[in-house]
Design a protein around this ligand. Structure first.
Ligand SMILES: Nc1ncnc2c1ncn2[C@@H]1O[C@H](COP(=O)(O)OP(=O)(O)OP(=O)(O)O)[C@@H](O)[C@H]1O
Ligand SMILES: [Mg+2]
Length: 505
């Protein structure tokens, strides 16, 4: 049995595997190490990954990208609505308030939930891994952003299970990166912890974690994020700039034409990458719309000026992570910059001025999450032996509970059962005096910790019916766990040491 790490990002997926002699990143059918997170539904067949990306222009309305943005989200969430405006596929509200993606496939109309699309991607990545390794792939660890809610985590697990995978852990992206950094390093000080800041700027988000390393041990001290700031936002700046320019210069409204929008967005992304290595870049698109060829040009300075508001926002999660860790910049030993969105030179400049030192690029920016996940999988799998290494991750959001009788307070908790920063996994036992079945509601206790627009409600557990109670009010013990995936579960409920059921809703 193999041990695998998956990074299923908003734009790209990476698979890593631990072998006896080290970690390998697996190649897809096109011999690439990254696979686009795309599912394209054609007239005759479905195209996944790289094939999906190549067929996207042929089926613009039936190509689903950026499913990470939709997974476990509610249709009416204002941020979802903002995203949906720029996605070319049609969507509607599902009966449960979730999202349905409506598209044409094999000549018929179909509706898919984001979890189904994600399952298709997982299944494709599983196939790629199995082809490479010539053996079944089941056990895995999957990277997720630290800002994912309980619902989003459950949806990732569901999608992986639909694809026939068994996730041993959902691991926060920065924790995976930190593991792939720390496990091989032997030069940590023996006199105290070494603090490292990990900054991951991806396609749609920015995550920052401060991690403390000691020999044989790593601990996440703080997690911070900006869930709406990644490479795609910089593409959008260029897109807006050229839409306005072409309106004036060529009298065309790119926004009115889906294909033209897709082509201009793709060209802007390329242009942005060219600007990472050059001080200026041209943009040429043949027959963009109305049979007009368009030409544009931009200097890096101008691009940086246009994106100055976005650049300023990169600092926010960095400062927050430091503040939460109660650590000053001077104590940071190294700043590790990862995620391909971080390749914009102005970002490195900004981080240099914030931390007073240049960020290092010791790690492979696009592969470190998958590599860390593969390592964690090897550590969790009974079939693989790796060196002893302790990974201590922390809870990103404070979690509270209430019952039919009001908020649950324990003497030390102030209404919060699992505070932010608590190590994961963690278990608490609550005791109730009850005569019949009752409910427990789990909720995020501080809306300020959550990404904007996210609901505080986590889930409701029904405890009971209370068998084995022969008095009016029985002592009911409920064991609640914040598990390794960062998901809240009721592990056990007992009356007089007799177990009975708890139902999750
Ligand atoms: N040379 C470059 N210069 C600037 N940006 C780049 C460069 N190369 C890639 N990018 C950008 O990096 C982003 C993709 O980064 P990455 O692959 O880390 O994202 P992801 O892991 O799929 O997304 P996320 O982590 O948000 O889920 C894209 O926006 C892409 O345009
Ligand atoms: Mg990523």
């Amino acid at each position: 049995m193999s041990v695998i790490g998956f990074d299923i990002g908003n734009e790209n997926c990476v698979i890593a595997v631990v072998k006896q002699r080290g970690i390998d990143v697996l190649l897809n059918d096109e011999s690439n190490r990254e696979t686009p997170s795309v599912v394209c539904f054609g007239e005759k067949q479905r195209f996944l990954g790289s094939a999906g990306a190549s067929s996207a222009m042929m089926n613009p309305r039936s190509t689903v990208t950026q499913v990470k943005r939709l997974i476990g989200r509610r249709f009416k969430d204002p941020e979802v609505q903002t995203d949906l405006k720029i996605f070319p596929f049609d969507t509607s509200e599902a009966k449960d308030g979730g999202i349905l993606i409506n598209l044409k496939y094999l000549g018929e109309t179909h509706s898919f939930a984001p979890v189904q699309i994600l399952a298709m991607l997982f299944s494709h990545m599983k196939d790629v891994a199995e082809k490479n390794l010539e053996m079944p792939v089941v056990d895995c660890v999957i990277g997720i952003p630290s800002y994912f809610t309980d619902l989003q985590r459950r949806a990732y697990l569901d999608a992986a299970k639909i694809a026939g995978l068994k996730p041993l852990r959902l691991m926060h992206d920065c924790a995976a990166t930190a593991l792939s950094y720390g496990i091989y390093k032997t030069d940590f000080s023996s006199t105290g912890p070494t603090y490292v800041a990990f900054i991951d700027i991806g396609h749609c988000d920015t995550q920052v974690s401060i991690v403390s390393f000691e020999v044989g041990h790593m601990r996440i001290v703080s997690h911070a994020f900006e869930s709406n700031l990644g490479g795609r936002d910089f593409d959008e700046v260029l897109f807006g700039y050229f839409v306005a320019q072409f309106k004036e210069q060529y009298k065309i409204d790119v926004n009115s034409n889906i294909r033209a929008c897709i082509r201009l967005r793709a060209a802007c992304e390329k242009l942005k990458k060219v600007l990472s290595a050059n001080s200026e870049a041209p943009l040429n698109i043949e027959c963009l719309m109305d049979e007009k060829d368009v030409k544009g040009f931009i200097k890096r300075e101008e691009f940086e000026r246009l994106s100055s508001a976005l650049l300023d926002r990169v600092c926010i999660p960095c400062k927050k992570a430091l503040a939460d860790a109660t650590i000053t910049v001077g104590k940071i030993h190294s700043v590790e910059l990862v995620g391909s969105g971080s390749r914009i030179p102005a970002i490195a400049k900004l981080i240099t001025s914030l931390f007073g030192r240049e960020p290092s690029r010791t790690l492979n920016a696009s592969e470190c999450v998958a590599r860390g996940c593969a390592l964690q999988c090897a550590m969790l799998s009974p079939v693989f032996r790796v060196r002893e290494y302790d990974v201590q991750d922390s809870n990103p959001f404070s979690i509270g509970f209430s019952s039919d009788e009001g908020p649950i307070r324990t003497p030390s908790s102030n209404g919060i059962l699992f505070p932010r920063g608590l190590s994961i996994p963690s278990t608490k036992v609550l005791t109730f005096q009850r005569s019949s079945q009752f409910h427990l509601d789990a909720f995020y206790a501080d809306p300020n910790e959550l990404p904007a627009g996210v609901s505080s409600r986590i889930c409701t557990f029904t405890i009971g019916p209370l068998q084995g109670s022969n008095s009016d009010k029985a002592r009911v013990k409920v064991k609640i766990q914040l598990n390794l995936h960062g998901i809240i579960t009721v592990e056990a409920a007992m009356v007089n040491n007799i177990h009975f059921h708890a139902i999750f809703q």
